[in-house]
Every structure is written in structure tokens, then in C-alpha cells.
Design a protein around this ligand. Structure first.
Ligand code: FEO
Length: 165
């Protein structure tokens, strides 16, 4: 595998683990303000991010490549309200989408067809990831128009979202 592509795939493992760490922090935020529905959604997101990291790890192992692990930075946690928190989740997912696009371009440029195919799953996954948070933001925004409380959204999320420990 191209050295630069390998380094960036290893770095992506780090970014996916950072994503899980960020969502750990967000779940704590929501639990502290007693919004268990939002916390449930975010806790499911932690599992998804760990799965993303594992997928890349398994892929690199199957290619017999050396994986380089780096420090995971602590997330910034100065969110001012649920809207701000979910907005920063969406912004974060947009940066991950750009990372995946960059990796995909690199795999095309280096004619690494196996990696190109492997990354297609992530391209589709990022559409879902962004959509999930955009939808939550819309719901929060609607509380203003409908004159209802965000606590109603939280209650519905708590009922609708399945969570398996
Ligand atoms: Fe692993 Fe949320 O992107």
C-alpha cells in the first residue's frame, strides 16, 4: 500500500476513536442535564464510532499493513445548550466526511482498487451520519415554531431509540 495512504488510514482510526471519545463527552453532557433520550442516541453513536475504527483496523490487518496508533486528544466540552451540542456533532461529522473523501481520492490516485471499494461503505455511512444529526437539529429548531419544549423531543427519543448495553 502507498505509504501516505497507509498513514492516513491509520490516522483515520485515531479520528474514529476520537469521535467515540467526543460522543462519550456529549453523552455525559446530556445525562448531566437529565436528557436521557438524547444521551441514548449519543451512546449508540459511540458504538458506531468504535465499529468504524475496528473496520479500518481489520482492513489494514487483512492487508498485512503496519498500524500506527497515536494519542487520542481530549474533546472540547464547552457546549452551551443541546442545540449547540448537536450542531457541533454535525460539524464534526462533516469533517469526517471530508477525511473519507480525501482517503478515497488518495486510493484512486494510487490505483489501490481494494481500498477504493473498502471506502465506499464509509462514503454511504457518512451520508447517514450527517443526516442523523441534521434531523435532530431540525427537531430542536421545530420546538420554537411549535411552541413546545425540548423535553418532549427528549421523551420521544427515549421511547423510540433502542439501546443495548
Ligand atoms: Fe465515524 Fe461518525 O463517523
Amino acid at each position: 500500500m502507498d505509504k501516505n495512504l497507509l498513514e492516513n488510514l491509520s490516522l483515520q482510526i485515531n479520528k474514529e476513536l476520537y469521535s467515540a471519545y467526543l460522543y462519550f463527552a456529549m453523552s455525559i453532557y446530556f445525562l448531566e442535564i437529565n436528557m436521557e433520550g438524547f444521551a441514548k442516541v449519543i451512546k449508540n453513536q459511540i458504538k458506531e464510532e468504535l465499529n468504524h475504527a475496528k473496520k479500518i483496523y481489520n482492513y489494514l490487518l487483512s492487508r498485512d499493513e503496519e498500524i500506527i496508533l497515536n494519542d487520542i486528544k481530549a474533546p472540547d466540552t464547552n457546549w452551551i445548550n443541546p442545540y449547540d451540542t448537536i450542531k457541533s456533532a454535525l460539524e464534526h461529522e462533516k469533517t469526517i466526511t471530508n477525511d473519507i473523501k480525501h482517503l478515497y481520492e488518495m486510493s484512486k490516485e494510487t490505483k489501490d482498487y481494494a481500498t477504493e471499494v473498502f471506502l465506499q461503505w464509509f462514503i454511504e455511512e457518512q451520508v447517514e451520519e450527517e443526516s442523523k444529526f441534521r434531523c435532530l437539529l431540525d427537531k430542536i429548531e421545530q420546538t420554537k415554531n411549535l411552541g413546545c419544549e425540548i423535553i418532549h423531543i427528549d421523551r420521544n427519543l427515549k421511547l423510540d431509540e433502542e439501546y443495548i448495553e
